[in-house]
Design a protein around this ligand. Structure first.
Ligand code: 2HG
Ligand code: ZN
Length: 460
């Protein structure tokens, strides 16, 4: 064991450490596969006290820390490629308390999102933030990126559901932020600073989450559309008539990959665009409204075909067509864009971005999908097998520069929900002004004076 690690072990007796090559690789990276993991070691604290002691030791010894949850991130936020100590919250994965009157549940940061869902269900309630990585991602990571997902249209992002946070700031101070209060007009809301900070200010160790009533029983509808242009019209027609829980789109190319991955074909014919939408269907009036929306779309020529789930199993099958996309294209090492504009700007932005992508990516397969009802597009560019990684990324980066300019013109964001991490850092200025970034740095200096918390992520 190196002197450094011996000193850590001495400072935090009983701290679990991993140093095997396989562990360094496993914990040193996230779902991006661009960087070679090279952490110093993996620390797996079992308590808040241990986290605090590790952060204090890091300050005394000038060791950088990469906080680590489920490492399902797509922006390199959890990558440790420069001898950092990875601090995994994996062992701190339990629900701690629930209060029925407050409707709040306090959990440790390493709890997987799926386990949070299950725990909420045991109390007859839901934690409504949801997305495909639910089984592997952790609530602490969700908070660090202000994760969105497939139900933002109805429930908002992670930020809306965090009523309190316990964090160990970069200077080793333990902060208890907002403590579950509904109303708290007593100065800066530091809780919200840590949400979306990607671990650059400190480490979230516990979260007090708001829970909600389960939604009324829902139906899932899959729609086939003729063109991108009608997408937002269909969205407006459905939103006007129904209480939407989700409204997601994908293209025929995306569907082809999911089908090749084992999903069931929804229609005999192939259509250019698809929407999966979920809506409350707990009354005849709701059902009639859904059919009316569908028929209206058909009459307008915006909808070519459709299917409504007749069972939970079928609803899941339809959802798989959308939720399975990321996994089905993973083998092509896609270059990922995760961009957003105001919903009202979406039609014009779709035109502009389609033109830009069409002109600049003539040789690559481009997969469009995403949370269209939130103004959030995922544009995945697939690497042809005969391209090497570096050339492919360089070619894609050129287009991202143009896309970032378009986003800037539209007042949009280069990262809607995946975070900036390492991947989007060069483009932060398309979304944030110089003055804002200067303030980011000032805030970091206040909370992490030695710059040890996830250094190099989000900004330099
Ligand atoms: C989703 O919406 C995730 O499924 C992943 O945000 C998106 O793989 C992607 O680009
Ligand atoms: Zn997404």
């Amino acid at each position: 064991m190196s002197d450094r690690l011996a000193s850590l072990q001495q400072a935090v007796p009983g701290l679990r450490l991993k140093t095997d090559a396989a562990d360094l690789e496993h914990y040193g990276r996230d779902w991006t596969r661009r960087w070679t993991p090279a952490p110093l070691a993996i620390a797996l604290p079992g308590s808040v006290e241990e986290v605090q002691a590790v952060v204090r030791w890091a300050n005394d010894n000038d060791v950088a820390i990469v906080p680590s949850g489920g490492r399902t991130g797509l922006s390199g936020g959890a990558v440790a490629a420069n001898g950092e100590l990875v601090l995994s919250l994996e062992r701190m994965n339990k629900a701690l308390s629930f209060d029925r009157i407050d409707r709040l549940m306090t959990v440790q940061a390493g709890m997987p999102l799926q386990a949070v869902h299950n725990a909420a269900k045991e109390h007859g309630l839901i934690y409504p933030v949801d997305f495909a990585a639910r089984g592997s991602c952790s609530i602490g990571g969700n908070i660090a990126t202000n994760a969105g997902g497939i139900r933002v249209i109805r429930y908002g992002n992670t930020r809306e559901w965090v009523a309190g946070l316990k964090v160990v700031a970069g200077n080793g101070e333990l902060l208890e932020l907002n403590r579950g209060l509904v109303k708290n007009s007593s100065g800066y809301d530091l809780r919200n600073l840590f949400i979306g900070a990607e671990g650059t200010l400190g480490i979230v160790v516990e979260a007090t989450l708001k829970l909600a009533d389960p939604p009324p029983p829902g139906n899932v509808m899959l729609l086939a559309l003729p063109s991108f242009e009608v997408l937002m019209q269909v969205f407006a027609a459905f939103r006007e008539r129904l209480q939407l829980e989700a409204f997601e789109f994908f293209t025929d190319k995306a569907l082809a990959h999911v089908l090749a991955h084992g999903a069931q074909k929804p229609f005999d014919e192939v259509y250019p665009y698809y929407v999966v939408t979920e809506y409350a269907s707990n009354s005849e009036a709701n059902e009639a409204a859904a059919l009316a929306a569908f028929e209206y779309g058909m009459e307008q020529g915006w909808i070519l075909d459709g299917v409504i789930s007749q069972s939970d199993a079928q609803a899941q099958q339809l959802w798989r067509l959308r939720e399975g996309i990321t996994e089905s294209i993973a083998r092509y090492k896609p270059y990922k864009n995760d961009v957003s504009v105001r919903i009202s700007q979406m039609p014009a932005f779709l035109d502009a971005s389609q033109e830009l992508i069409g002109e600049n990516y003539p040789d690559f397969e481009v997969i469009w999908f995403g949370h269209i009802g939130d103004g959030n597009l995922h544009i995945n560019v697939l690497k042809p097998d005969d391209w090497n990684d570096a050339d492919f990324i360089a070619a894609c980066e050129k287009v991202t520069k143009l896309l970032a300019q378009t986003l800037h013109d539209f007042g949009g964001s280069i990262s809607a929900e995946h975070g900036i991490g390492l991947v989007k850092k060069p483009y932060l200025s398309s979304t944030r002004s110089d003055a804002e970034v200067a303030m980011f740095k000032g805030i970091k200096r206040a909370l992490d004076p030695k710059g040890l918390m996830n250094p190099g992520k989000v900004f330099d």
